[in-house]
Design a protein around this ligand. Sequence first.
Ligand SMILES: [Zn+2]
Length: 115
Amino acid sequence: MSGLVAEQAAFLIDVSRLIQFATAEGWVVTGGELWRSPEQQEIYFKTGRSKTMNSNHLRRCAIDLNFFWNGKLVWDKELIRTVGEYWESLSPKNRWGGNFKGFVDVPHFERVIDS
Ligand SMILES: [Zn+2]
């Protein structure tokens, strides 16, 4: 369990760096989901909003962020790419949902851990 706490803490430090980076790039960033209950995950899975029942949100190692530009919420993967690439540069364990194959999840940033 202490291993998981260390991963969760390292993840959150990287999240703080990501927010600082994106803000310096001119984005306004607001927070979405971080921890997700198994019950909520099951709802997302059944409704197609998530493709897994093994989400890193269940381990507090994923966060969804909202990116605003000129007051508008942006979902465009290419516009957010520099932020996603920065995220993946912080740790070899970091994955950006904008780079997922098939099910692209632009607002999603996660740390992949051995479980
Ligand atoms: Zn997510």
